[in-house]
Ligand binder design. Structure first.
Ligand code: PLP
Length: 460
């Protein structure tokens, strides 16, 4: 390349460009099609610095070397989240079509913030959101946006709820005192985080012994905090236990009290797609907003949360940014996804899910989700039958929590570290009511009963 073209080296199509693209696609192909990618494990900062060396210098180290460092040093220091024995936190299990299409989203340099710039991508994302809204029983016209994750989804929904409360209260001076969000004591930490960002209070209501938040406890909070309540959050699939709150009972309170019902279904709302679990979700159709994370149990890659408003106008009113340079967007009646959450620039992160759903069909999703539900029930029965183990709670979805008789936290820690060291499984300890426990969160359709019993055998 002539010297006077050096400034364009990174962007023009040249022999070097072709080699870079070939190498990156070849690596991606190998990784996506690999059978048995190891679980891997973290390395120390010092070790990574020593082995990877300095990778950023004035001249660049070249794509081949950078890719080799990624493949042989950096990637093995990242746990393989789509491994069937990754059973910690809430795992991820993107479908092959979704992973492959994620490359297409990047290759196409799409902007998903506005209709003007990304109409085709936004149309496909909206078809998915509309389909999900229908599955959840929300009315035609419900819609929203894919955001980064459940944390931003919950925050955005609750900001819309407060905006709605402010407008309806017609109380600009805020004389009612501080706004309140009501949720279960077992709600996800992101609800408290959202309240902190919003500078509103959280009233946590105790769930019943089985982990379910029910209407009587919510009623007491509504009676006590009255019109300061901007939203009640019901969780459909708690993070620690996968327990679904009594949404129908809580929603029925809307006939007596005026509040926004938000459903945090980041992990569990997906199970509504399966006839095996659908009944647990009665009342979701009454929600003012819902979230579900496709990167959890809907087989999409990180990171994506579907945020859906019953009346999308409430989201648009709360979130649209205004500025001279945005007038061309905001003066138009077109649907711009950026208007519905705390964000502006956005990748159309719903597209890998769209492609996967379009490729395999909703039926494949229902079956794959059903597989995890059935496996959780089967392994729970196995745990209950083993004398040294006991279930902490009966599972409702695909999270199974259990204790090993006589074990302290240090025993669980040692056991968990050994499982990873032997590359057998990634199962970190959790705790409930101050007692340590072990926990399987199952979302990967390739996880088997035999793999799980093999892990239980290591606790004997
Ligand atoms: C019920 C629930 N809500 C919200 C979140 C937060 O989602 P994210 O990690 O995508 O921000 C999680 C994450 O596990 C969750 O389980």
């Amino acid at each position: 390349m002539a010297d006077d073209n050096l400034h364009a080296r990174m962007h023009s199509v040249s022999g070097e460009t072709r080699r870079i693209v070939d190498e990156v696609l070849e690596y991606s192909r190998r990784r996506i099609l690999a059978d048995g990618t190891p679980l891997d494990h973290a390395a120390s900062e010092a070790e990574l610095r020593r082995i990877a060396g300095t990778t950023i210098d004035e001249a660049g180290i070249g794509a081949s070397r950078a890719l080799a460092i990624f493949e042989h040093v950096l990637a093995p220091a990242c746990i393989t989240t789509d491994h069937p024995q990754f059973l910690s936190f809430i795992p991820s299990a993107p479908s092959k079509a979704a992973i492959a299409f994620d490359l297409v989203v990047s290759a196409s340099a799409l902007y998903g913030g506005s209709w003007l710039e990304g109409a085709g991508a936004v149309h496909a994302e909206n078809e998915v959101l509309g389909w999900l809204a229908g599955e959840f029983g929300l009315p035609a016209g419900a819609g929203g946006v894919f955001v980064q994750g459940g944390t931003i989804g919950n925050l955005s929904a609750l900001v819309a709820a407060r905006d709605d409360a402010r407008i309806r209260a017609d109380d600009p001076s805020g004389s009612r005192g501080r706004w309140v969000i009501v949720c279960s004591a077992e709600a996800h930490s992101s609800i408290v985080s959202a309240a902190r960002v919003m500078d509103v209070d959280v009233v946590t209501v105790p769930a019943d012994e089985d982990g379910v938040l029910r209407a009587p406890a919510v009623r007491r909070a509504l009676e006590e905090h009255g019109d300061r309540v901007i939203a009640v959050v019901a969780t459909t699939g708690s993070t620690n236990f996968g327990i679904v709150d009594d949404v129908a009972g809580i929603a029925a309170l809307k006939r007596e009290f005026d509040f926004w019902l938000h459903i945090d279904g980041a992990y569990g709302l997906t199970a509504m797609l399966s006839p095996l679990a659908r009944d647990l979700f009665r009342g979701v159709e009454e929600a003012d907003s819902v979230i579900v994370d496709p990167h959890k149990w809907m087989f999409a890659p990180y990171d994506a949360c579907a945020l859906i408003y019953r009346d999308p106008e409430t989201g648009r009113r709360a979130h649209t940014q205004h500025a001279g340079y945005l007038d061309v967007l905001t003066d138009s009646a077109d649907w711009s996804p950026s208007d519905y959450a705390v964000q502006l620039t956005r990748r159309p992160r719903g597209l890998p899910l769209w492609f996967s759903l379009a490729t395999y069909g909703a039926g494949a999703y229902r079956q794959a989700i059903g597989h995890s539900l059935e496996l959780a029930r089967r392994i729970a029965a196995e745990i209950a039958a083993r004398p040294e183990l006991s279930l902490v709670r009966e599972p409702q979805l695909s999270v199974v929590v259990f204790e090993r008789e006589g074990w302290e936290r240090a025993d669980y820690d040692r056991w968990s570290a050994r499982l990873l060291e032997e590359q057998r499984a990634f199962v970190v300890p959790s705790s409930h009511a101050g007692r340590p426990n072990a926990r399987f969160a199952i979302v990967n359709p390739l996880t088997t009963f035999e793999q799980l019993t093999g892990i239980l055998d290591t606790m004997r």
